[in-house]
Ligand binder design. Structure first.
Ligand code: SF4
Length: 233
């Protein structure tokens, strides 16, 4: 093999190893998967989440990239049985670089603790990962652009239950939920998961009279977690 052929061979081998590494990190390349016949990822869920976080840290797939300070990826246990999905980060989260960081986040932390869990035992994220002008409703275009990130997070974590906080977050699961639609306070099956839509803590700060409904919803989640057998992870 001459020098140029050896150089080309080394280059191809390097590229192939890089693609395999990305594939192991959770990226899906259909053609590559078909060629290799291998889709299983050898990385632990925490490592897959870290790789996905790194991959999305400078995402510019939608208009929200222009006004954000950070992409708010998510935090918590990579093996959480319960995942909370809000609509979009608020200004406190955008400033601090973590989900549910402000006053509404403190309220959510108290709700989580009220059902016997710690924040570190669940996973917290938003359907849309960047600060939106209207946090309540970041827009279907942003939701669609951002959905692949959330979908991949769910595939990695494989929670038993997703608690969707607010109507915009609940709409994210409309296609996956069986039945007419994701009504608040009712479990909807989405594959192996249950989705429970409830109020967003931001709304609870403005309308504390809705806390009672939220309490009923999260107690249903608690009972479901306690009654369901633990799945192998
Ligand atoms: S909202 Fe999602 S899709 Fe849009 S720029 Fe941020 S991370 Fe990317």
């Amino acid at each position: 093999m001459n020098d140029s052929a050896a150089s080309l061979h080394a280059c191809i081998e390097s590229l192939w190893l890089h693609l395999r590494c990305l594939q192991r990190a959770g990226l899906k390349f259909d053609a590559l998967a078909a060629q290799s016949g291998q889709t299983a990822c050898a990385l632990a869920p925490g490592e897959q989440l870290a790789a996905l976080r790194s991959e999305t840290a400078d995402c510019r797939r939608c208009r929200l990239c222009s006004a954000r300070t950070h992409v708010i990826f998510g935090e918590g246990s990579a093996r959480a049985r319960l995942m909370f999905v809000g609509s979009a980060p608020d200004r406190a989260s955008d400033a601090q670089g973590r989900p549910f960081a402000g006053e509404s986040g403190e309220l959510l932390t108290r709700i989580i603790e009220a059902i016997g869990l710690q924040r570190s035992q669940v996973y917290l994220t938003d359907a849309v990962k960047c600060l939106a002008p209207q946090q309540d409703d970041p827009g279907d275009d942003a939701g669609e652009a951002c959905f692949p990130i959330l979908k991949r997070q769910i595939e990695i974590i494989q929670p038993d239950i997703i608690c969707a906080l607010g109507p915009a977050a609940a709409r994210t699961f409309r296609e996956q939920a069986s039945g007419a639609g994701p009504a608040r306070g009712q479990f909807h099956r989405a594959g192996t998961m249950l989705v429970m839509p409830t109020h967003h803590p931001e709304l609870l700060l403005r309308r504390p009279e809705l806390k009672r409904e939220t309490w009923i919803d999260v107690q249903r989640i608690q009972r479901e977690l306690e009654s369901a057998p633990l799945r192998e992870r």
